[in-house]
Design a protein around this ligand. Structure first.
Ligand code: NAG
Length: 140
């Protein structure tokens, strides 16, 4: 029985990896914001919707979706940043969207990012002195 060539197998693996990648994950940027976390754009101002783990974030305009983003969960990992070794390797977090970045009371460390992470969430995946990181994220 002929065995499939190695290059055929690796082409299949590459194609399926590309397909899985483009089906689920987006690449973008994240800033961070600190307290006070006053609910503004989501949940009618109900702070009890904030997860007690403090793993949350504010939606950038690209994912805000006219408010439908409120309460959505995203898996986020840091992929790179301007300064080397900013990302904490192998760390993926899950955050809940609780606000809209453009109108959040506490201002983000950078404007116009895909999302803004709470200090707690940000420092779980990157050096907390960074103001902007490149991320891979997907809704879960
Ligand atoms: C975080 O970044 C700052 C500023 O670039 C640097 O001084 C510090 O050593 C870094 N911390 C870690 C744990 O890498």
């Amino acid at each position: 029985m002929p065995t499939p060539s190695l290059s055929f197998i690796s082409r299949c693996l590459l194609l399926s990896a590309l397909f899985i990648h483009s089906s689920y994950a987006d690449v973008g940027t994240a800033a961070q914001y600190g307290p006070p976390f006053l609910p503004t754009a989501c949940f009618g101002g109900d702070a009890s919707e904030f997860p007690s783990s403090n793993m949350f974030g504010a939606a950038g305009e690209g994912i805000w979706d006219n408010g439908a983003a409120c309460g959505r969960l995203y898996e986020v990992r840091c992929i790179s940043a301007a300064a080397p070794r900013t990302c904490i390797a192998g760390q993926t977090i899950q955050i809940k969207i609780v606000d809209r970045a453009v109108s959040s009371r506490s201002r983000p460390s950078s404007d116009a990012t895909s999302m803004v992470l709470s200090t707690t969430a940000f420092r779980a995946i990157a050096n907390s002195s960074a103001s902007l990181i490149n991320i891979e994220f997907q809704q879960v």
